[in-house]
Design a protein around this ligand. Structure first.
Ligand SMILES: [Zn+2]
Ligand SMILES: [Zn+2]
Length: 139
């Protein structure tokens, strides 16, 4: 088991271990949510993740359709995880909350239409998308 947590530790997650399902998202909403030029999530089956603490929920329309629910610490503000209508069986975990520099790298890079030009999500196996994962980019 590995742990993910917010900055102050009031909200934490228990995860079964590393996952290969890691995705970077460059959409404007992820940029605003994280305060960083892109967000990175590690995806797990909902039943594999145990949440401790009482995160606050923020719901917004997803750029790729439906709604997405973000769970963040009301004390320190860190988003620790989220659930999207279009991936109902999965939970996304903020990779920064896991704080493991050896965690697997992203295999998907979405919404590259709003990617900062200096950002490169590298690696031979990475799938690149101009928008959501339904529209594969030609590049
Ligand atoms: Zn916190
Ligand atoms: Zn995004």
């Amino acid at each position: 088991m590995i742990d993910a947590r917010c900055s102050c530790g009031a909200v934490s997650l228990s995860l079964p271990g590393p996952t290969e399902l890691v995705a970077a998202c460059h959409c404007i909403d992820c940029q605003r949510r994280t305060g960083a030029p892109f967000g990175v999530g590690a995806f797990y089956p909902v039943e594999a993740v145990t949440i401790s603490g009482a995160p606050k929920e923020y719901v917004r329309a997803a750029a790729s359709g439906g709604e997405v629910r973000f769970y963040f610490c009301s004390d320190c503000g860190s988003t620790v995880c989220w659930k999207a209508d279009n991936l109902p069986d999965m939970i996304g975990v903020a990779i920064g909350a896991i704080a493991d520099p050896d965690f697997p790298a992203p295999v998907r890079s979405a919404f590259e239409q709003s990617k900062h030009a200096w950002v490169e999500i590298g690696g031979a196996g990475v799938a690149h998308f101009e928008q959501g994962s339904a529209q594969k980019s030609s590049g």
